[in-house]
Design a protein around this ligand. Structure first.
Ligand SMILES: [Fe+2]
Length: 142
């Protein structure tokens, strides 16, 4: 499906195309969780609501599996998930603790947040041609 790509897919290595597949799958699972949420809220029949809740939990399992695949196979996810999952309290305050910067401090340094976000998404490493440690690149060298 060419529609899921923002760059010419034939120029992307197969490992990166698999990452696109799992990222799109994660997006679809999360979308399904949202749709079930809305259906559960409006369902009038208790049995219908129960089935929808069951199905929604299965979508959460699917999303968690996709996320774990990304943690194992795409640079940046392991670090980000270890920093934020299963924490308590205010997440923005936690981010300031993790990055050692307040929103105001970061705002004073234009460009830094974009670089951090790119690093968190593994974009920087993909540009460098690495898929979580692999040295495969566009030209197939290495
Ligand atoms: Fe699913």
């Amino acid at each position: 499906m060419a529609g899921q790509y923002h760059e010419p897919p034939e120029e992307l290595p197969s490992g990166l195309r698999d990452l696109t597949r799992i990222l799109v799958s994660l997006k679809e699972e999360i979308e399904a969780i949202d749709w079930y949420n809305q259906r559960i809220y409006l369902a009038e029949d208790d049995q219908v609501r129960s089935i929808l809740r069951h199905n929604q939990k299965e979508e959460m399992e699917h999303a968690a599996m996709a996320l774990e695949y990304l943690r194992r196979n795409m640079d940046g996810w392991d670090e980000a998930l270890r920093a934020y999952l299963f924490t308590e309290g205010d997440l923005v305050a936690h981010e300031e603790h993790v990055t050692g910067a307040s929103e105001e401090t970061v705002a004073e340094r234009p460009g830094r947040r974009g670089e951090e976000r790119a690093a968190g998404l593994g974009i920087g490493s993909l540009h460098a041609g690495t898929l979580n440690g692999s040295t495969q690149n566009k030209e197939g060298q290495g």
